[in-house]
Design a protein around this ligand. Sequence first.
Ligand SMILES: Cc1cc2nc3c(=O)[nH]c(=O)nc-3n(C[C@H](O)[C@H](O)[C@H](O)COP(=O)(O)OP(=O)(O)OC[C@H]3O[C@@H](n4cnc5c(N)ncnc54)[C@H](O)[C@@H]3O)c2cc1C
Length: 463
Amino acid sequence: MTAYDYDLFVIGGGSGGVRAGRVAAAMGKRVAVAEEFRFGGTCVIRGCVPKKLYVYASQFPEQFEDAAGYGWTVPEASFDWRKLVENKEREITRLEGLYQKGIAGANGEIIQSRATLVDKHTVRIEAENRTVTANHILIATGGRPNPHAALPGHEHCIFSDQAFDLPELPKSIVISGGGYIAVEFANIFHGLGVETTLIYRGKEILGRFDMDLRRMLHETMEQKGIRILLHSVFEKVEKRADGRRDAHVTGGEVLTVDQVMLAIGRIPNTENLGLENAGVEMGKSGEIIVDDYSRTNVDNIWAIGDVTNRVQLTPVAIHEAMCFVETAFKDNPTRPDHDCIATAVFSQPEIGTVGLSEDDAAKRFANLEIYRAAFRPMRHTLSGRQEKMLMKLVVDGDTRRVLGAHILGPDAGEMAQLLGIPLKAGLTKDDFDRTMAVHPTAAEELVTMYKPTYLVKNGRRVE
Ligand SMILES: Cc1cc2nc3c(=O)[nH]c(=O)nc-3n(C[C@H](O)[C@H](O)[C@H](O)COP(=O)(O)OP(=O)(O)OC[C@H]3O[C@@H](n4cnc5c(N)ncnc54)[C@H](O)[C@@H]3O)c2cc1C
């Protein structure tokens, strides 16, 4: 048998790559993980983690306002953007260290360099201008923001990567996009006091989520003061002499703002990776094509996470990594399970969701029962805030199985995590009904909606 330098070489030290490398190394495999930027990848360095920290930061002004109804007098607050950026940096540096420690502690090798494929068993470590060989190669290079190169003036725009580290907080921003990253950043900037506009080419923000949530979130964001323009795109972006930007929107409106942010999707990091040297096939968007077990068309090369453009979420990349280790090193072929993934949008209010939306369920099931409650959560009673919370269960009327659970409101993400369990287990509405409520909580609504609000028969709503 050929002697390779490594049993496994991982390209990319993000969520998926680090997990696979660490677990394989802990099994005694000879493993190296190469990272060209910072260990931890998108999630830790410029995704989930800093995003959530900024969400927390942006929620304080409302909390200060709400405190008045509970008897507090809060002196005028002020905000220091640089302090937030610095503190965020300290926290992600700590996590970056833990990621490296995890690999090293399992006797894996850390390589701080870009790595590219030379052939199906050979990798070039670019920073050191040397090559190494490996039996298995795992590509976990993630993705990056779509640069929208066709937009005149795209070079004057920022992306989520830059948004975390702006030298100063803009006074105004326009964000293009309707996905969760655009929506979350619109809420973050607005919460921090930035005049914020969101423009989206579609008919409603957050496609693929339940329409009820999308509409109510849209309304609530507008009530807070975020301007949302639908059916709109940028025609061009110009940099003005005063350093601000003129964003020309379809229909002729020109928005003059401090920053223009593009959040119109992400593209896989497969450029100049040497995939053609090894004969690895890619799809139309540059994603690596894999089979059900994350194996590419080349038998010893695998790919997981965002670079495969399946479901772009951290827990999914980690799950795919664990399945890869089972398949490649434990003689236990294991397919990642992408069905019924609970997820959150850290908008304000937050979304937590799992399973089918009403519209998707109506395409697949002839008889649906919809349970829906919109109410003012208790915490907003004394604060006087008018924001409503929405809870919705989509139930198959024939089997009583709960197909979808959708929440808009405080802590919706936390609730979605727990709802993921009964939905994954295939539990029925009767199981929900048999469950005692926890009182007083907002979540108790999920087990106390006894009568359907309406039915959907063959795709039609019936009262
Ligand atoms: C703003 C934002 C917010 C997000 N929020 C959430 C969230 O709330 N919840 C959630 O679940 N997901 C969230 N995500 C998605 C999540 O970050 C990704 O799904 C996850 O990081 C994917 O992991 P990965 O291992 O596939 O790739 P990544 O984490 O992107 O890691 C890939 C790594 O490979 C490195 N790399 C690339 N090419 C090479 C090369 N040739 N050589 C060496 N290294 C290379 C990159 O530098 C990177 O560090 C968010 C993403 C963004 C952008």
